[in-house]
Design a protein around this ligand. Structure first.
Ligand code: ATP
Ligand code: MG
Length: 574
């Protein structure tokens, strides 16, 4: 089944074939502002340059706090505040290349801090506010953090581990008064109020480090991925193509900047295009989310399959109190997007949801369902202009259409990772198959050039000689009306090599029974080949997820087999 987009305003990228044939990353330099000698600064491109382009008084940020209170900030205000904080950081001794971490909820100071650090050429370390002390310690020690910007509440977690942080010199605290502070702490407000407002952007080489972000930890210990200022070229173009951002859009990226989607597509990419961004401090809640879209008249929405599945669980009724027709484009990333979720999206929003694929390491979207292309349900879409993606075997030889293999990319796109922090060996591993960038995901491509995600390399199940991806089994189960969430693993079996086991969470008000399990098995047999049905199904009240919302199949497997769980610092608290 294919879904064609509703007609309306034309997409920014209208002719996919022509763009792919003619586009060259070296020819889009006019989109970005450079200093002399090809020097650049991502923060300058995200904010300061707009002041000369008639956007000084345009709203850059709609910030809604936990209580629902709305504050608006113009590009001029964000530029001023980030200049002041950058001056203040410099006066504290922060230099180019120093690691400065941001451990804040989604409040305006998070955005200002990110830009201020980048303006100095120091390295931004985004940290998700729900991290516990262990996750915090791992990252701050590994990266030898010099400064951390946090708030009154979150600093308690830092204090638990601070004695072990030998390199940490300053803790900047948002929302605290002077008298409540310890010696190494300074108030954010005081720093800003005393600092000058002069422009302060450093002119930097394209490969100068911009941010250091740890991966989600879905498959193992999170890796510290290093990205550079030149990434902004990729951020800028992909936001135009994939998110289809236009001057008058009000855009909401639901990802926290503690994850790559929130940093790249919640801050740099939309702002580089001068777009008004929404930041919402609250947690997931179907009612609040819909109310936000209605109240702010959000037009473009970038979210994740987990969130969409939760909205689906809340039912279309939850939408009835709201007008959501401001929405004109929806995109999703982070996990495979089940066809059932897209069908539900058509019903709920009268819009297709555009899945796209990328990773912390790739630094920008690489494969996407573009607004100008028909969506094939269950496919991640096609490689963007300037991107060469392929499916290869273990030696790096390209495979024909419909053959399952490793998803790889030809290196050289602007936002490709520059390194893994203090781990050159790990960095080199990404390129060890015939020079391709190896993603660690398995996929296949069809005769029209669409890519289809099958699973992480480690998740693919081998049952009676057939290779089965957890995603297809999960998607089939999700089509059954009783199922809210599902995670599928391969369980060792003497006869078959592996059997398929599914862990399912039932929708509210659905009762568990043997009859239901048999029905689910039959349902999957009817949807997929007979060998791909789950021989075992276990009902759970929740599934283990990373803090970024991804199902941790490796944990389901470890628990099932009584094996060591490995690194679980990424596990979300229930
Ligand atoms: P870790 O590398 O620590 O195990 P992670 O891979 O989940 O964690 P991220 O970089 O946040 O960390 O996620 C990238 C991965 O997310 C991809 O490699 C892929 O497995 C999955 N992913 C992202 N988008 C999609 C998508 N549209 N369809 C399928 N999978 C996706
Ligand atoms: Mg990964």
């Amino acid at each position: 089944m294919q879904i064609i987009r509703k007609s309306g305003r034309g997409a920014n990228l209208e002719n996919y074939e022509l763009s792919c044939a003619t586009f060259d990353w070296n020819n889009c330099q006019g989109e970005i502002d450079y200093f002399t000698n090809s020097k650049i600064n991502a923060a300058f491109n995200a904010v300061d340059r707009h002041l000369q382009k008639g956007r000084a008084n345009k709203i850059a940020l709609y910030a809604i706090d936990e209580t629902g209170h709305l504050e608006k900030f113009t590009f001029q205000e964000i530029a001023n505040q980030s200049n002041k904080l950058a001056h203040a950081l410099r006066s504290l001794g922060v230099k180019s290349g120093d690691r400065v971490f941001v451990f804040l909820p989604r409040i305006p100071e998070l955005y200002v801090s990110t830009l201020a650090i980048a303006k100095l050429g120091a390295i931004v370390g985004p940290l998700f506010s729900a991290f516990g002390p262990d996750a915090l310690r791992d990252r701050l020690i590994d990266s030898e953090a010099k400064v951390i910007i946090t708030n009154k509440i979150l600093k308690a977690k830092l204090q638990e581990i601070q004695h072990g942080l030998k390199d940490l010199e300053h803790v900047i605290v948002v929302g605290d008064k002077d008298e409540d502070l310890k010696e190494s702490e300074i108030t954010y407000d005081k720093l800003i109020s005393q600092a000058p407002n002069d422009p302060i952007c450093e002119a930097l080489p394209l490969d100068h480090p911009l941010y250091l972000l740890y991966t989600s930890g879905t498959t193992g210990k999170p890796k510290g991925v290093l990205h550079a200022h030149g990434d902004i070229i990729g951020h800028h173009m992909t936001a135009q193509w994939v998110l289809d951002l236009k001057e008058d859009d009000i855009y909401w990226c639901t990802a926290d900047p503690g994850w790559v989607t929130g940093t790249v597509y919640g801050i740099f990419a939309p702002w580089s295009n001068g777009i008004s961004v929404v930041c919402y401090e609250g947690r997931f809640n179907a009612h609040e989310w819909y109310s936000l879209i209605d109240k702010l008249q959000i037009t473009v929405w970038y979210t994740a399959p987990t969130a969409l599945r939760m909205l689906m669980k809340a039912g279309v009724e939850a939408i009835n109190d709201f007008e959501l027709n401001s929405l004109r484009h929806i995109a999703s990333v982070g996990e495979p997007l089940n066809p059932e979720v897209i069908r539900w999206g058509m019903e709920a929003f009268d819009l297709p949801i555009h899945d796209n694929w990328w990773q912390t390491e790739t630094g920008m979207q690489l494969i996407a369902n573009l607004p100008c292309l028909p969506i094939k349900l269950g496919s991640m879409g096609k490689p963007l202009p300037g991107i060469y993606a392929s499916i290869v075997d273990d030696k790096g030889l390209e495979l024909p259409a419909h053959k399952l293999g490793k998803l790889v990319i030809k290196p050289g796109w602007p936002a490709m990772l520059k390194g893994i922090w203090r781990n050159e060996e790990k960095f080199q591993e990404y390129f060890k198959i015939a020079g391709w960038y190896t993603s660690g995901d398995n996929a296949w491509k069809d005769e029209d050039g669409y890519f289809w995600f099958v699973g992480r390399a480690d998740d693919v199940i081998n049952t009676s000689g057939h290779r089965v991806g957890p995603f297809e089994v999960e998607s089939a189960l999700l089509e059954h009306p009783a199922i809210a969430e599902v995670g599928v693993i391969g369980k060792p079996d003497k006869e078959r090599g592996e059997i398929i086991k599914a862990f399912v969470v039932l929708k509210n008000n659905v009762a568990a029974s043997d009859k239901l399990i048999a029905e689910l098995q039959n349902h999957t047999k009817n949807q997929l080949a007979a060998h791909a049905y789950p021989k075992e199904i276990e009902i759970k009240t929740s599934l283990p997820k990373t803090r970024s919302g991804k199902i941790m199949r490796r944990l389901l497997k470890a628990w099932e087999l009584g094996l060591p769980t490995g690194d679980i610092s990424a596990l979300e608290d229930e």
